[in-house]
Design a protein around this ligand. Structure first.
Ligand code: CXF
Ligand code: ZN
Length: 365
């Protein structure tokens, strides 16, 4: 099959012919129809975090099942499916407690040691499958735990983006914060994930949905997704602005989708008593937030991390498909454009423009 392979860090994606193995165990072979370009894969290509080259990256996928392993129970050939990168066993105490994102044995979604690799190159050498998905290719071999069945009339591009930014943003609101109707929320950051937090707040019937960003165009996008108020933090102190919008109190729920020291501080300082700052953004990876335990105790303030929407991907993605099909979830404006598989490098240039949300490969020829 044709795949776009990272051969060396920083070297971009190169077209190659690879072999993909036949499914064993609970593996499902998916003929890809859509594969989204996410910033995490660009980071991985530039500066490997987890998946050493040679690697097939790409983790926002949807397609049609073309073969199943002997132990697959949920899927059959011809099923339309989408994937989520959360790897979970379904059996450990975290999974059984409804926290697959905290699974103790995520490696059970991979091939056991001693088995042939899922992907090999023309020399027969193993090729890494990024995020256990390897979506920049014509096919993907995936553990069934990572797949969800789609209705046949769900468009593949919109389905592909569900399993990363959409589930992360909407899940923060619905699973982590459990926002109630009428509750005011602040979302710091109106990029790809931030817009999906806005969508989650709309689904939850939040009260004021206040989007904060430095970029006026991003704030316009947030409005089009359902933000009721916007604050441009390049023009005004966002903490003051939030207090003004909320009778001087601040809000009980703030989502920081940026995750640098400055936004964490702002988010915490926007909290009303009893409020929680939900940390979603990965930021610099090294910034910190100081809080005073006694003040947290007196004012009952909390800081909570959220990862991949902190939910149950199969359940959440099925719910999001229903919301999309009922016209209540905006996925059409998340998909900014469609690409050919061989245009991955060009696509990553294009998504530097903040007006572009997700680009999705839909032509695998
Ligand atoms: C990522 C976030 C960083 C760790 C790997 C998964 N999520 C989506 O791209
Ligand atoms: Zn992603």
């Amino acid at each position: 099959m044709k795949a776009m392979v990272v051969r060396e860090l920083g070297g971009g994606w190169v077209e190659e012919e690879l072999q993909i193995a036949d499914p064993i165990g609970q593996e499902v072979l998916v003929e890809l129809k859509a594969s989204g370009l996410c910033g995490s894969d660009h980071m991985e290509m530039s500066n490997e975090v987890q998946y050493p080259p040679p690697a097939v990256l790409g983790h926002e996928i949807a397609g049609v099942v073309s073969a199943v392993g002997p132990n697959v129970t949920e899927f059959a050939v011809g099923d339309h499916v989408a994937a989520c990168l959360v790897q979970y066993c379904g059996k450990c105490e975290q999974c059984l407690d409804g926290e697959p994102g905290l699974c103790r044995s995520p490696q059970l979604t991979l091939r056991p040691e001693g088995e042939a690799p899922r992907l090999t190159d023309a020399n027969g050498d193993a090729v890494t499958q990024g995020m256990a998905l390897g979506g920049f290719a014509q096919q993907s071999l995936v553990h069934e735990n990572m797949l969800v069945k789609l209705p046949n009339d769900m468009p593949f591009a919109q389905a592909a983006v569900l399993g990363c930014g959409v589930i992360t943003g909407t899940g923060a609101v619905l699973n982590a914060a459990k926002v109630k109707p009428g509750e005011d929320v602040v979302i710091i950051g109106a990029g790809g994930v931030g817009l999906n937090v806005v969508s989650g707040a709309v689904l939850a019937s939040a009260g004021k949905i206040i989007s904060v960003d430095l970029n006026a165009e991003s704030l316009e996008a947030a409005k089009s997704f359902g933000a009721t108020h916007t604050v441009n933090s390049s023009e005004t102190d966002p903490v003051e602005a939030i207090k003004e919008l909320t009778g001087g109190y601040g809000v009980r729920t703030v989502f920081d989708v940026v995750g640098i020291g400055v936004t964490a501080r702002q988010g915490y300082d926007m909290l009303d008593a009893g409020g929680t700052l939900y940390q979603i953004g990965m930021g610099s990876g090294t910034d910190t937030l100081d809080t005073v335990p006694m003040q947290n105790a007196f004012n009952r303030k909390a800081v909570q991390g959220v990862f991949m929407g902190s939910g149950v991907p199969k359940r959440d993605m099925a719910m999001l498909v229903e919301q999309y099909q009922a016209g209540r979830l905006n996925l059409d404006d998340i998909v900014s454009g469609e690409l050919k598989l061989t245009d991955v490098n060009k696509g990553y240039e294009m998504i530097r423009d903040p007006k572009v949300n997700r680009l999705v490969i839909t032509d695998f020829s």
